[in-house]
Ligand binder design. Structure first.
Ligand SMILES: [Zn+2]
Length: 450
């Protein structure tokens, strides 16, 4: 049964989940402004953390007259959240006073420091966070008749937990658990339970497809109808990763993203275009050095403000992601009026400038995944060579490729990388099973420069 979410209205055409996907731009901007105003007043009244931070930065709610005043509000860094949780465990500033009870908790993966705890009230979890999830599930075509499997180990990872809960409670699909299953068991159970929708990180789902090949299982015959990825850059940012998954499982691939601290507010429609849930969050794209807005549509650092979430509202949260930009004028043939998200470039620290060129994980991955003979496993390293910086790209070939063909693969990959980035990179083809294997999120870049 299609249940009533906070945003969903009953008179929305069946193809869409929420009226928020269809608002004319002008109405959307009005709605965002009203919600921003409410949110700013709310945290000023209820969060000593924000009040102190904003006072120190010379901001008070009276200074907020319109969206152009967003730049007056101090940026929120992840380290501040971490410090507040150390000072006032367990939640620190992540729990607005008087807001409760907390009945759901998530945690960041801790790749850039201690994990941050993320508490939710029931209203904020199901009404706001899972509302974001229902949008991407519905847009991908997940319906109550589907059988969904979310391939993850039930660690407190809000992204995939939200997909699980929204599939079950908001869309009304049957969701098959299986936290501790390994890939071989998952493949078996997908068939047994007649799973039609598989959700996971691109790294893990590609790994599972490789296990299927090893076991002689044809993953295109598992009966899957849809794949949804999250947790790392997928189809929205790396088209060739999407294509690879599509070929491996023989079904349509969708992608969703966001941050655990805010929401999953980015998702692909049936045209493969990234859309933003602009009534749930307010996105800004800023110069990563000055934190001033970039020109419309340009690349920059993504900063996000929660418009509805009240347990731990993030106001101007620096996500740490560099994105390709937001196209507000894009008119998608899917009928959604929301702005187009042009893709992730990578985490701030994963993008390096070599010989004046920006090199990103997503850019390198797209080249590698476009070459059939490369396996899914690779890494790249930045090093100092005398006075100059250089990049070494290490790739494992597919196991079926005999070593006499590695040299040819190496030169083909080097040519493709040069064509994509206009600089030379050192390419090494290394024997299969030598690089680290990642089962959830991959860490593929190492900066070894002094
Ligand atoms: Zn669209």
């Amino acid at each position: 049964m299609r249940m009533q979410g906070i945003q969903q209205t009953t008179n929305v055409p069946y193809k869409y989940w929420s009226v928020g996907e269809l608002l004319p731009k002008r109405e959307m901007r009005k709605l965002q402004l009203a919600r921003l105003r409410e949110q700013i007043d709310y945290v000023w009244e209820n969060s000593p953390f924000y009040r102190k931070k904003w006072e120190a930065g010379g901001f008070c709610p009276a200074r907020f007259q319109g969206a152009e005043d967003m730049r007056r509000i101090p940026i929120l860094e992840k380290d501040e959240i971490r410090a507040s949780q150390e000072a006032e465990p367990p939640y620190g500033m992540m729990r607005i006073s008087g807001r409760g009870p907390i009945n759901r908790v998530a945690m960041t993966s801790g790749t850039t420091g201690d994990p941050v705890l993320i508490p939710f009230t029931e209203e904020d979890y199901f009404g706001v966070f899972c509302e974001g999830a229902a949008r991407y599930l519905w847009a991908a075509g997940v319906r109550e008749s589907d059988v969904v499997h979310v391939a993850f180990g039930f660690m407190p990872f809000a992204g995939l937990a939200g997909a699980y809960d929204a599939s079950e409670h908001l869309i009304g699909s049957l969701v098959v658990p299986g936290g501790a299953w390994d890939s071989a068991i998952r493949l078996k159970m997908i068939r047994k339970f007649q799973v039609t929708v598989l959700i996971g990180t691109p790294t893990y789902l590609l790994h599972m497809a490789a296990v299927a090949v090893e076991k002689g299982i044809d993953a295109t015959k598992l009966g899957l109808r849809l794949i949804l990825t999250a947790g790392e850059s997928g189809l929205m940012s790396i088209p060739n990763t999407g294509l690879r998954l599509e070929r491996a499982y023989g079904c349509k691939v969708h992608d969703f993203a966001g941050t655990q601290e805010t929401n999953n507010f980015l998702y692909t429609c049936d045209q493969g275009i990234g859309h933003i849930s602009e009534d749930l969050v307010y996105c800004e794209v800023l110069d990563p050095e000055t934190y001033e807005p970039v020109a419309p549509g340009e690349q920059g650092a993504l900063v996000v403000t929660d418009l509805l979430q009240k347990t731990h509202p993030m106001i101007r949260f620096k996500t740490g992601d560099i994105i390709d930009g937001i196209d507000e004028a894009y008119q998608c043939s899917c009928g959604r009026t929301s702005s187009r998200f042009k893709g992730f470039k990578g985490r701030t620290g994963d993008i390096i400038k070599i010989k004046g060129v920006c090199v990103s994980v997503t850019g390198i991955e797209n080249v590698i995944r476009g070459i059939e003979e490369c396996s899914d496993n690779y890494e790249y390293v930045a090093m100092r060579d005398g006075e100059k910086d250089k990049i070494i790209v290490r790739v494992e070939p597919k196991k079926s490729l005999t070593p006499d063909l590695w040299r040819e693969l190496r030169s083909r990959l080097a040519t493709a990388l040069r064509a994509a980035f206009l600089i030379n990179m050192d390419v090494e083809i290394v024997a299969p099973d030598t690089l680290p294997i990642f089962e959830l999120k991959a860490k593929r870049f190492r900066d070894l420069r002094p």
